[in-house]
Structures are given as C-alpha cells and as structure tokens.
Design a protein around this ligand. Sequence first.
Ligand SMILES: NC(=O)c1ccc[n+]([C@@H]2O[C@H](COP(=O)([O-])OP(=O)(O)OC[C@H]3O[C@@H](n4cnc5c(N)ncnc54)[C@H](OP(=O)(O)O)[C@@H]3O)[C@@H](O)[C@H]2O)c1
Length: 259
Amino acid sequence: MPAGSENDCFELTGRVALITGSTRGIGAAIAEEFAEAGAEVIVTGRSSEDAHSVADKITQAGAVAHAIAYEAGAPGAAQTLIAAVSSRVSKLDILINNAAILRPHRVGKLSEEEFDEVFGINTRAALFLCQQAHALLVRSESAAIVNVTAACAHRPMAGLGAYCASKAAMINFTSTLAQEWAKDGIRVNALTPGSVATDMILPTDPIEREAFEKDMASQNLLGRLAEPREIARAVRFLSSSAASFMTGQTLIVDGGLLA
Ligand SMILES: NC(=O)c1ccc[n+]([C@@H]2O[C@H](COP(=O)([O-])OP(=O)(O)OC[C@H]3O[C@@H](n4cnc5c(N)ncnc54)[C@H](OP(=O)(O)O)[C@@H]3O)[C@@H](O)[C@H]2O)c1
C-alpha cells in the first residue's frame, strides 16, 4: 500500500499541485485547501496579477505557492504552462484540471466559433495538459489527476449543450487516461460538482441573484448551493492517499441533485 495509509492519508505534505483556474471560485478554494493540507501549490489564471494575489495570500498563511499566468485557449498552452512549472518546481504530484468557461446557447443555433471556444477551454486544453504533465507526474510516487466536470455532463441541460458535452467528454477521457496510465502509477479521476456559489453561475444583480440561488437550491436534496470549499475538500480526498485505490472514477458532490 502506498505511503499515507495511517491517519495522515488526507495530508498532502511534500506534494506539488498544479491547479488550473485557481484565481477564484472552486480553483482558489482548492489551492487554499491543498496548501492547508501541506502541499506546495501552483496557482494559475489568465491574469498574472490575480494568480499572484491568491498565491500571496497562501504564502502569507505560511505555505509555499507559485503564480503562473495561463491562457488555456492559446496555441501550445499546455506545453508553455508545463515549461513554466518545470522552471519553478522540481516535481509534480497532482494536476487539477479545473479551469472552464460556461457560455449559454441553444445547440440548434450554436456557431462553430462558440463550439470551438467551449470545447477548446473545457476539453482540449485539459486533455493536452494531462498529456504534457505526464512526463513530470510519472516520476511522482503518488501521482493523481482530477478533472473537474459538471452535473450536466450526466444530465444534459437545454441552453448549455456544448458546455455539458465538453464536460461529458472529460469524464470519458478520464476513464481512458486511467486505463492507459495506471501502469505509470498515475491515478486519474473526475469530480462532478453540483451548483456552487461562484462567479460562474451567480448573477451579479442582487435581486436576480437571490431568485437564482433559491431556484438552484430547490433542485437538490440539501436545499442549498455548495460553498467552494465543500468541493475543494472532495478534490483533496481524490488527490490524497486516502483515495489510493481509486482511479477512472467520477465522484459526484452535488447535494443530491442527481440522486
Ligand atoms: N460553479 C458551479 O456551480 C459549477 C458547477 C459544476 C461544475 N463547475 C466546474 O467547476 C470548475 C470551476 O468553476 P467555478 O465555478 O469556480 O468557475 P469561475 O468562478 O468562473 O472560475 C473559473 C476559473 O477558470 C479560469 N479560466 C477561465 N477561462 C480561462 C482560460 N481561458 N484560461 C485559463 N483559465 C481560465 C478563471 O480564471 P480567470 O480569473 O483568468 O478568469 C477562473 O480561475 C469549472 O470546471 C466548472 O465547469 C462549476
């Protein structure tokens, strides 16, 4: 059994974690949760300033954090990011593919540009980042990838077709990568959040926001939206030795939305 089989199996001490889309929302919560669990974290987002702001907060709390600007849609983005990661850390144990965009549309009227944008960030970028990170992860004794998906990958929603399909594709790739890379000691899992209180879904107008939150909360069994940390803790579990016998799976953390 790999190291960490005692009470410390949820700890991430000594591990280096790269988290995409960690400037805010669920990604920032994952970076903070991992840092508190002892990991050295690499925070990424499109703006270097935003990435530094999250990394600085983590550093001020006594952990080690790096900030790297990353535009998932740029040509060669994965290669560029892994080169930047390699210049800052000597190893990589955990990759969290969390960055994503949500664009409302009707599939019947979806343009090729809209399709390419959503699949480009949510699926293409995540898949090629796994591929580029492989050479670093294969050297780790406890390598783990977690791909953050969405409940609509399991139950598609009108108005979000490309987003739902882009996340369903990542669940599919998660299984394939788990099968291909188990021999390399890399576990690959997916995590499906339900509705989480972040910029991605919450309207900025306070009145609209209240009505929206009420509607979303009524759709799951627990009657509320998740806080980003509730998702981050489950991502930590999948990334840690506590999940050492899990690979190729999708963990659903949705307050009972899909029950
Ligand atoms: N919130 C929910 O209810 C919910 C439900 C199910 C699944 N999810 C999934 O959970 C994950 C995190 O969602 P969230 O709610 O935390 O979203 P969010 O608040 O909108 O944050 C998205 C993150 O992704 C980054 N990002 C967006 N476009 C990018 C690009 N082109 N290149 C690089 N980074 C980019 C953002 O960085 P910038 O700061 O640079 O924009 C930000 O850090 C996503 O995979 C999402 O699909 C969310």
